[in-house]
Design a binder for this molecule. Structure first.
Ligand code: 13P
Ligand code: SF4
Length: 344
């Protein structure tokens, strides 16, 4: 049985349309003050992803929490002494925090923030795929459920996936990769590893369009191009830097361009503009003429993280992430392997 050819990408109809509430500056300031107070009261620290609302990112930095890529979020949460982690991002990020810190309370602003990669990799079907390929080392992207992680040998994020697969391939291991076919293909072309790919995709990054990008580059011939590796291969091939969200932020500071075209969720622009106020950042084009764009470079699930839901979660303690203990213990091994992997 070869499940690798089955397409697990979501269709536009599967993607929720989420309209964030309009909130006045005065109300935002009130909510931020309430959140600062609740963080102290609940012995909580805010761990935020670069794609969430800019006000939440700023609150995380200013209150001693972290705003980062998914790898650093995982590290930060388990190394921090707070008894409660409030994770602003999508569900797999909250679950990862809980697996790594089972004794901490892990809250999220909403429990409905999914990820199309996670949704596109059902554990029971993935288990069959693994069973059909027992000779392969199972490497899964962090954007997966606890159950899928528990079936793996390694968990990786986009910042370390390439190095880890390179290391495994050097040891002669054949890889079974899931769920992102674009990231898997990118790693495969860079490492020449023998990789069998699951066929999932990110609904946000898949919308970046090569032809429109080439046209935009003609308008800005001196711009650098920064690309997240969940994007299609043709877009990646044009890039001056391919990397995780943190690696993109770093490259924007290090590369000698005044202007960048950026192919990733537009939530990252908040941080890019803050870190590099003298540089110009332009969104890479999404869906081309007549095509349908339901994400338009903003993850609908990341958008569900709002100041109000963050405040409510800290107040009610309702949105707690709970994971099955036995499954979490199995998922911990491959996650810990990633955290222990020497990156430099
Ligand atoms: P990073 O690990 O680069 O932050 O990516 C997470 C993610 O979900 C990108 O879409
Ligand atoms: Fe998942 Fe894509 Fe959203 Fe990242 S941007 S959380 S990969 S759906």
């Amino acid at each position: 049985m070869d499940l690798s050819i089955k397409d697990y990408s979501l269709t536009p109809a599967d993607v929720p349309v989420f309209e964030p509430k309009l909130v006045s500056d005065a109300r935002k300031n009130e909510l931020k003050e309430e959140i600062r107070e609740l963080l102290r009261k609940q012995d909580a620290v805010l761990v935020a992803h670069y794609y969430v609302d800019g006000d939440i990112q700023d609150l995380a930095s200013e209150t001693g929490g972290c705003v980062s890529d998914s790898l650093e979020m995982a590290r930060f949460g388990c190394n921090h002494s707070a008894s409660t982690l409030i994770v602003s991002g999508v569900r797999f990020m909250g679950e990862t925090a809980k697996i790594l810190s089972p004794d901490k309370r892990v809250l999220m602003p909403t429990l409905e923030a999914e990820c199309s990669l996670d949704l596109g990799c059902p554990p029971d079907e993935f288990a069959k795929f693994c069973d059909a390929n027992p000779d392969r080392t199972v490497v899964v992207y962090a954007n997966t459920s606890v159950e899928v992680k528990a079936l793996s040998d390694w968990v990786v994020t986009s910042s370390v996936g390439l190095k880890i697969v390179e290391h495994l391939a050097a040891d002669g291991e054949k890889i079974l990769w899931a769920p992102d076919k674009h990231l898997g293909h990118y790693i495969q072309t860079q490492t020449q590893a023998d990789m069998l790919l699951w066929s999932g995709a990110c609904v946000v990054h898949e919308e970046f369009k090569y032809r429109a990008l080439v046209d935009l580059k003609k308008v800005y011939p001196d711009a650098g191009l920064l690309v997240h590796p969940e994007s299609p291969a043709a877009v990646i091939e044009e890039a001056d830097c391919v990397g995780s969200t943190s690696q993109i932020v770093r490259a924007a500071g290090e590369l000698d361009y005044d202007t960048f075209i950026v192919a990733t969720d537009r939530g990252l622009f908040h941080q890019l503009r803050k870190m590099q106020p003298n540089k110009r950042f332009i969104e890479a084009p999404t869906a081309g003429d007549g095509a349908m764009c339901r994400s338009c470079a903003h993850c609908p699930w990341m958008a569900m993280n709002e100041l109000e839901t963050l405040r409510d979660s800290l107040l009610s303690l309702d949105n707690e992430i709970l994971v099955d203990e036995e499954t979490a213990m199995r998922a911990l091994k491959p996650l810990q392997r990633m955290l222990d992997f020497p990156v430099n």
